[in-house]
Design a protein around this ligand. Structure first.
Ligand code: SAM
Length: 343
């Protein structure tokens, strides 16, 4: 029953949404165990009818892609949300609480925004705005609003349609404590086409259209030169947008992520930020491995830091602070995440 089609994700990941589940998480776990009677202890053993309780992200489960969770009531009512495991890392690392005010600078379709909301509101009533979600593309902003609605956190998230670097000035958000920064990237860690089987049906009946779709454009085969140019442009945008977020004086934590496998969009952005005089002046540093899912073994590329910092211990510490997820081999999309922080 192993799925060897190249375009399929090896695992369908979904997370419990405490905002919709309320105090009934236990009942939902029971429902899940009826649908998936066999619990396996590794995602590599998943077959139809099996469920894996993820060891890194609380409330995240993996099932076989042939088991259509999208036709299940729990999915349609937003009690569970389909989201790739790696894509759950940023909100988990940010670990926002009800004390926080978070900006998600590049929010649509809203997987990470609603995951942050799950951390902030948990199973409590959502009564005040604790998240500002920016999205520059008006069409994608509509999907974002639909997802927020499905996830049950409309009152807790204010959507701003426009360019984050233009709309969001530090003076306007003097109390922001943290950022999710998941900007447009090459998408080189995404493989195949995501299953979007009942999206239209879901939209029509007002239920969840929540299917992971981070890819903004079709990927095509491009020459090395074109790729180099494209990565350069993307990296410059990624650097600028993170730097803009770092200029907010009250912010203390920022999780940067991409679904790219290229160092240009990942470790090299970290290096450029650490070398930037303003970023230094503002006091930002990289949070060490101990605070960034330490048990996840695949970490950043040492070489990228060693080339710049020369000092072996610093390079090692920085590489260890970063998370890398290999496409397919690690059970889903390729991904990169790092957390910046300051006192
Ligand atoms: N974080 C999202 C999630 O988990 O569902 C995926 C984000 S996607 C990788 C990047 C998004 O950022 C796109 O929807 C894109 O339109 C938006 N974007 C790009 N540049 C932006 C900017 N300057 N301001 C606001 N949004 C931007």
């Amino acid at each position: 029953l192993k799925d060897d089609r190249n375009d399929m994700t090896p695992v369908r990941w979904f997370r419990l949404n405490p905002i919709r589940c309320g105090a009934k998480s236990e009942d939902i776990l029971q429902e899940l165990s009826k649908k998936f009677p066999t619990r396996v202890n590794s995602w590599t053993n998943i077959a139809p009818g099996c469920i894996y309780h993820d060891e890194y992200i609380p409330g995240l489960f993996g099932v076989h892609p042939a088991d259509k969770i999208t036709s299940h009531e729990l999915y349609k009512t937003g009690k569970v949300i389909i989201q790739d495991r790696a894509s759950c890392f940023p909100a988990h690392i940010l670990n926002a609480s009800s004390e926080d005010l978070i900006i998600d600078a590049c929010a649509a379709p809203g997987n990470k925004t609603t995951h942050v909301a799950a951390h902030i509101f948990q199973d409590q009533a959502v009564e005040s705005v604790r998240i500002h979600a920016f999205e520059k593309d008006p069409e994608r902003a509509k999907t974002l609003r639909t997802m927020i609605n499905t996830a049950g956190c409309t009152k807790g998230i204010e959507v701003h349609v426009g360019d984050f670097t233009q709309l969001a000035k530090p003076g306007k958000f003097p109390d922001v404590t943290g950022f999710i920064l998941d900007p447009s990237c090459s998408g080189s860690g995404i493989f195949g086409r995501k299953m979007i089987d009942d999206r239209n049906k879901s939209k029509a009946d007002g239920a969840s259209p929540v299917e992971e779709e981070e890819k903004e454009e079709e990927r095509e085969d491009i020459s090395d030169k074109d790729l180099k140019n494209r990565l350069e442009k993307l990296a410059s945008f990624q650097f600028e947008i993170v730097k803009h977020a770092m200029s907010f004086p009250s912010a203390k934590k920022l999780v940067y992520s991409t679904c790219s496998v290229h160092a240009e969009e990942n470790e090299r952005i970290v290096v450029d930020l650490l070398l930037d005089s303003k970023v230094k002046e503002w006091g930002w540093r990289v949070r060490k491995r101990a605070g960034v899912i330490p048990t996840w073994s695949r970490r950043g590329f040492y070489k990228e830091f060693e080339e710049v910092f020369r000092d072996e211990d610093t390079a090692k510490e920085l590489a260890e602070a970063c998370i890398r997820v290999a496409p397919k081999e690690d059970g889903g999309i390729g991904f990169f995440a790092v957390c910046f922080e300051r006192d």
